[in-house]
Design a protein around this ligand. Structure first.
Ligand code: HEM
Length: 432
């Protein structure tokens, strides 16, 4: 199983190590420069990974950094499997036995069955149903910014919208939401390339992660059982009771789905919002272009934010059989990691890839994943949240801009911003 990597392909020959957390501590521009060098090297490069206690053992992965390679690995799921896991570090097999497997870590037909059921959460009708709630939440967030002093865009705006939207979808009462947020933070602290987690800190994070999963599962299991006994017409009722196809989620599957929504739909949208404000500050010409005709241009602007930033950095696949990709012969059992930020700046796919251009057309970015069975299920929800939140912000906070450099999250999974100072003009003039 697994190809023996050629010595020349080992990190060191090119001086880049994607497994070392020091790589992810560098500035985004420096990481992108290294990804450009990897793209230019040609065939996918191999990165060995150290073993980590309690985590599925593996030898390493080939880094996919070219747009064409990421698209092929996403589309060709028969060869590029999402099992045993698309996330890094790969969870140990017992974890799936205890908590169930999220759909992102499954192949068809198991994946297709779950996707069919949970699609009920994302139909145009369901999305239209929560649009008013998203508008009201966005308005409340801006009310509170106006009532308070603007200091941190992440804390006051970006972190608040997505979690409230997901909780509203799931019918989680307002009073339980701070608790849910603390559990999510504990869960996401463990995501990333495993090499960095070979330490006592890794075990602490793993423990915190497991506790958080147990707590959240308990919460939604209670909700699921209640809705099964007395359906209310909300999303959880739709998921745990059989639909037209006769299929429904088990209470355990509901727990896994909720974890996935929280992990997939929370940080991603939060980071797209924060990066969006930073980008509009750095590129005032693009902000002016947007504001000159918001309705016509916001769709293109959102796609360009997602391309430029790639809020999710990577997912992985495992080869089911030998296959040639991008000039490299891969073997059954090999792992590949799809690096979306690298693919989204590939000059073979995008003219002038480092320009932030909200009118870019076409824009075949892979920020929501490549085309294929796992393409982001929440993309239209994320688009709606970004459209509504930026409209509310730009309409009511004239001169909205960041006032300093973002503080970045140290992660190889989320391209996160943890703090972004901001200001706006109005209500008595410009703030410092
Ligand atoms: C800007 C925001 C977002 C970004 C950049 C993003 C990115 C991604 C990516 C890259 C994947 C592909 C996984 C793969 O190929 O293995 C994915 C899948 C997924 N996303 Fe998103 N996402 C975003 C927002 C959301 C939201 C708001 C939700 C739901 C509330 C969501 C739910 C999901 C789900 C359920 C999957 C798994 C689909 C499957 O396995 O069939 N995402 N997302």
């Amino acid at each position: 199983m697994g190809a023996d990597p050629a010595p020349a392909a080992r990190p060191g020959a090119h001086g880049i190590d994607l497994v070392d957390m020091a790589f992810w501590a560098r500035l985004p521009s420096e990481r992108l420069a290294d990804f450009a060098r990897l793209r230019e090297l040609g065939p996918p490069v191999w990165f060995p990974e150290p073993r980590v206690p309690f985590v599925r053992s593996g030898k390493g992965f080939y880094a996919l950094v070219r747009h064409a390679d990421v698209v092929e690995a996403s589309r060709n799921a028969a060869v590029f499997s999402s099992e045993p896991a698309a996330t890094s570090p790969e969870p140990p097999p017992w974890l799936a036995k205890v908590f169930g497997t999220p759909m992102v870590n499954m192949d068809d037909p198991r994946h297709a069955r779950l996707r069919r059921i949970v699609f009920r959460a994302f139909t145009p009708r369901m999305l239209a149903g929560i649009e008013a709630e998203i508008r009201a939440t966005a308005a409340r967030i801006v009310d509170e910014v106006i009532a308070d002093e603007p200091h941190d865009f992440v804390e006051q705006v970006a972190a608040r919208l997505p979690i409230n939207v997901i909780c509203a979808m799931m019918g989680i009462p307002e009073r339980a939401r701070p608790y849910v947020l603390s559990r999510i933070d504990a869960m996401t602290a463990y995501s990333g390339v495993r090499g960095s987690l070979a330490s006592p800190r890794a075990l602490r994070l793993l423990y915190g992660n497991l506790r958080a999963i147990v707590d959240l599962h308990r919460l939604v299991a209670r909700l699921g059982r209640a809705r099964r006994e007395a359906p209310t017409g909300d999303l959880v009722s739709a998921l745990v009771n059989a639909g037209e196809s006769g299929e429904a989620l088990s209470v355990r599957e509901l727990g896994s789905f909720f974890d996935l929504l929280l992990v997939a739909g929370n940080e991603t949208t939060r980071n797209a919002l924060a990066h969006g404000l930073h980008l509009f500050t750095e590129h005032p010409d693009q902000r002016d272009l947007l504001l000159a005709d918001y309705d016509a241009r916001i769709g293109g602007a959102i796609e360009e934010i997602v391309r430029y930033v790639s809020p999710i950095v990577q997912f992985r696949r495992t080869l089911t059989r030998d296959h040639e990709l991008g000039g490299r012969r891969l073997r059954a059992g090999d792992k590949v990691v799809l690096f979306y930020p690298a693919a989204n700046r590939d000059p073979e796919a995008f003219a002038d890839p480092d320009a932030f251009d909200i009118t870019r057309k076409p824009n075949p970015h892979v920020g929501f994943g490549g085309p294929g069975p796992h393409l982001c299920l929440g993309a239209n929800l994320a688009r709606m949240e970004l459209r509504i939140m930026f409209r509310e912000l730009f309409d009511r906070l004239p001169g909205l801009r960041a006032t300093g450099e973002p503080e970045y999250l140290l992660s190889s999974f989320d391209n996160g911003i943890t703090r972004l100072p901001f200001t706006y003009t109005g209500r008595g003039g410009s703030r410092p």
